[in-house]
Design a protein around this ligand. Sequence first.
Ligand code: NAG
Length: 205
Amino acid sequence: MKAALFSALAFLLFSSTIVADQPNAVLDVSGQELLTGTDYYVLPVIRGRGGGLTLGSATNADPNTGCPLVVVQEQLEVSSGLPLYFSPVNVEQQGGIVRVSTDFNVIFNASSICVQSTLWELAFDESLQKFVVATGGVPGNPGPETLNNWFKIERFEDDYKLAFCPGVCDICRPVCGDLGVFIDDDGVRRLVLADEPLKVMFRRA
Ligand SMILES: *[C@@H]1O[C@H](CO)[C@@H](O)[C@H](O)[C@H]1NC(C)=O
């Protein structure tokens, strides 16, 4: 009896330590934990200022093809954008829980005519003089060569925000910041490193 009680207590202590070590799971709009390798729409929380995240042409895109593509926000609130999924640092571990403050590849699950992949990648836009979220590159392979490919979800008030501050390379000094929306001269809502984060929520696709 005593032994059983002791082992139950030990188990409780042990399991609470495990829980305390891990950052919180990110929850979708229906309160379910986000899973890697599963499609979600990333939607704005604040209404009346655009829709979900999708692909759009870069400022330097070829006028005929529209390539390369970058990440933009839909103009219309009713548009959910494209489904995307989060892929962990260890690509073998798909199906795990997406936790806050953890590096992930973010990949639109959509085909495009452009040669680049649909994996998010931070890039500097010369004409905007801003860091923007472009696309390209390969998933996984964490380290200095893929530094620009890792994004995080952070808690923001009662919702979430997206951030870039990769921890995949100890000696690197990346630019760190939140992802927000910059509306360019043509009214395109571009996802950029910004002082004011876009407050987002996740809906399973
Ligand atoms: C991507 O979309 C296809 C077609 O809808 C689906 O079969 C597949 O499971 C999706 N992949 C991921 C990783 O979400």
